[in-house]
Each structure stands twice: as structure tokens, then as C-alpha cells.
Design a protein around this ligand. Sequence first.
Ligand code: HEM
Ligand code: HEM
Length: 162
Amino acid sequence: MQSPTHYSRTQIALHWIVFGLIALQYLFKDAISSAWDQIKNGVEAGFDPLVLAHVAGGALVLVFALWRLGLRARRGVPPAIESSKAQGVLAKLTHVGLYALLILMPVSGSVAWFGGVDLAAQGHNVLKIALLALIGLHIIGALYHQIVLRDGVLMRMRRAQG
Ligand code: HEM
Ligand code: HEM
């Protein structure tokens, strides 16, 4: 299969929708945390729209991540722009790690929430730090491309060309 020269409109839209959903998961995390504390203490947790939003938003992240992986496999992505072998490997590892966490976060959260498994909630709490760290690394990489290398990588995720 020949690699495309750019990300498609759908690939770009999914990237930024997932970014927005993840930002909301972190910004409004307190509702699900306190609902979980109540459940652990045997208290009936009342309905809270922010808890529903965490569960639904997380499920959407999973659906969109699988959709993106499907698009990658069928349509492909533009070839990586690498300034060195090491930088290329680091970028690839970061992308693999991000995809893995976009799947593991909703899965661990669901096992905790629907299965009542505290170990899964603890895993969810560790993974949330790993996800934040990888997002930080990913953003530093994007800015490095934009400001230092000036190779137009950021533009590839902004507008579909042609
Ligand atoms: C990519 C998707 C997700 C992200 C980024 C995410 C992120 C987070 C964050 C940041 C917390 C707060 C932990 C804290 O500091 O107290 C949290 C807690 C929690 N999330 Fe998620 N979450 C996602 C998906 C889900 C899903 C789909 C479910 C359930 C179906 C879920 C269930 C929970 C539960 C039960 C907690 C409470 C855990 C605790 O406080 O020990 N999460 N999540
Ligand atoms: C929740 C936050 C984010 C996640 C989970 C995420 C995830 C990803 C993933 C998995 C890829 C690889 C896509 C593929 O080739 O299949 C990617 C590409 C990309 N992301 Fe993000 N991203 C996030 C935020 C951002 C932000 C804030 C920026 C800009 C500052 C950004 C800029 C880019 C760029 C430019 C690419 C294309 C890289 C290339 O062409 O090789 N991302 N992102």
C-alpha cells in the first residue's frame, strides 16, 4: 500500500475531537472520583451528569481510537518526518504509547465502574499519569518540529490538503 501524502479530514477531526474529550476527562474528574469514593464506602451515589459524561466521554475515546487505528490500517498515514533516527523512534514509541493508553484508560475505567474492581481503579489512576506524561512529550515534540525544525509537521494535523 502506498502511503498517502497527508492525513485525511476524518483523521484530523478525530485527532482533535479526542484531544477535546481527554481535556474534559481531566478537567471534570472530581465528580467520578467522589462517586467512586462513595461506592467504595458503601454509600449510594446519586445521579450526576458529570459522572455520566465521564463514562460516555471515555467510551467515545475508545470508539474513536479504534476508528483511527482502522483508518491507519486501511488508508495509512503520511510518512514520518524524521530529523534523526533517535527522534523518529521516540515519536513512534510516543504514538504507540498514546494509542495503547487511549484503549487502556477506558477499559480499566469500565472494569472498575461496571465490575466494581478496585484494582482496576488503581490501575486507571496510574495510567492517567502515564497518559498525561506522554501527551506532554507529544506536545513538546510537536512544538520542537514547529519552532526549531520548522518542517511543517504541525500543519499536517491542522488541514487536510488536496
Ligand atoms: C480516555 C478515557 C478516560 C480518561 C482520560 C479518564 C481519566 C480519569 C481521571 C483523570 C480520573 C481522576 C482520578 C483522580 O485523580 O481522582 C478518573 C477517575 C475515574 N474514572 Fe476515568 N477516564 C477515562 C475513561 C473512563 C471510563 C470509560 C470509565 C468508566 C466506564 C472511567 C471510570 C473512572 C472511575 C471509576 C474513576 C475513579 C477512580 C478513583 O478515583 O480511584 N473512566 N478518570
Ligand atoms: C489528548 C491529547 C493528544 C493525543 C492523545 C494525541 C495523539 C496523537 C496520535 C496517536 C498521533 C499519531 C497519529 C497517527 O499517525 O496515527 C498524533 C499525531 C499528531 N499530533 Fe497529537 N495528540 C494529542 C494532542 C496533540 C496536540 C495538543 C498537538 C499540537 C500541539 C498535537 C499534534 C500532533 C501532530 C502535529 C501530529 C502528526 C504527527 C506526524 O505527522 O507525524 N497532538 N497525535
